[in-house]
Write a protein that binds this ligand. Structure first.
Ligand code: NAD
Length: 314
């Protein structure tokens, strides 16, 4: 019999790619998603959808009663900016939603959760940042996600084994191009695709660790299949520093413009934004033998092809 997985957030960007990969590996997949930022068209045909809000009070009444082999938890509010605009919504979706899922795991005997954590749990740190760096998040989003890491840690004593993957800046096809408050690559690309000046919030000297979605999906799959990942926390990035200006140059080139040919405007800042961060990925390399395979230019090219295929280039 095939193994059974729940993918929360499976209508979203990363979750839908993960659902595809699990199905290709022979799993049965149930997607749990309230479609708030996700898109039903992202969900693979062979996956079942349970359209529920993971943070609603009676959530447990709508969940399957049997044990699953693993739950991949990616549903949630994922914008630092939105966490400042609506801290209550952020805490409800991210903290309460995770607690209810963990409680469901405990009740059904589902003893394996792979959790989409974030680099947002680190504050102003020296990069490359390793997993044992001090954690002092700058946003409510990062604060909630840190709380979740602690819930996961305590639920381990109640029988729910888990792995935390602290994702850095993930990019690729199916990023929500209409959401200009989440996803540095998709935000910048939305402007270029529409032929409008790129509005950059913050300095072009900022830097990030930009990792392609297929590489991230592989980290999720390995975390489930390799017992060495049990109860561990891993950074998932490339280990490379990419300045905002380098990302802009590469993006503009991939869309066929010469350097400096495409207009870029700098407007204000995003509250709680980390100035510069990139990952030390030695732990995930050493323990899970995971290395990123898709570089920035290749990934941006694939993303542009997806935009062309789905008629999203203006
Ligand atoms: N994309 C990144 O760069 C990045 C970086 C770090 C962490 N993460 C985390 O990884 C996860 C997936 O990110 P993504 O980029 O695919 O985001 P996404 O917004 O595309 O996907 C999130 C999905 O969760 C669903 N969802 C949101 N709130 C929900 C709720 N209360 N109940 C049920 N479903 C709900 C949305 O409809 C969406 O389909 C998120 O938890 C995010 O915080 C992402």
């Amino acid at each position: 019999m095939s193994k059974q997985a729940i993918v929360t957030g499976g209508a979203g960007f990363i979750g839908s790619h993960l659902a595809d990969a699990l199905l290709a590996d022979g799993w049965t997949v149930v997607v749990i998603d309230n479609l708030s930022t996700g898109n039903v068209e992202n969900i693979p045909d062979r996956a079942d959808l349970l359209q529920i809000d993971i943070s609603q009070d009676d959530f447990l009444n709508y969940m399957p009663t049997g044990k699953f082999d693993a739950i991949f938890h990616l549903a949630g509010q994922s914008s630092g900016e939105i966490s400042f605009a609506d801290p209550q919504y952020d805490a409800k979706a991210n903290i309460l939603g995770t607690v209810l899922l963990l409680e469901w795991c405990r009740r059904t005997g589902t003893d394996r959760m792979i959790y989409a954590g974030t680099m947002g749990v680190y504050g102003n740190v020296t990069s490359p940042v390793s997993e044992d760096a001090p954690l002092a998040p700058l946003s409510f989003y990062g604060t909630g996600r840190l709380a979740n890491e602690n819930y996961l840690r305590i639920y381990r004593d109640l029988g729910v084994q888990s792995t935390v993957l602290r994702l850095f800046n993930v990019f690729g096809p199916r990023q929500n191009m209409a959401n200009l408050r989440q996803g540095m690559v998709s935000i910048f690309m939305s402007y270029v695709a529409a032929g409008e000046p790129i509005l950059v919030k913050g300095s072009k000297e900022r830097y990030r660790d930009i990792v392609y979605v297929d590489d991230v999906v592989r980290a999720f799959i390995l975390s489930e299949s390799d017992d060495k990942a049990v109860n561990e926390t891993f950074n998932v990035g490339t280990g490379r520093k990419t300045h905002v200006y380098e990302l802009l140059d590469c993006l503009i080139e991939v869309f066929g413009y010469k350097p400096g040919e495409f207009p870029v405007e700098y407007v204000g800042n995003t509250p709680g934004d980390q100035f510069g961060i990139f990952a030390d990925v030695s732990k995930i390399k050493r323990i899970l033998n995971w290395i990123p395979e898709v570089d920035l230019k290749d990934g941006l090219t694939r993303m542009r092809e997806w935009l062309l295929e789905t008629n999203r280039v203006g």
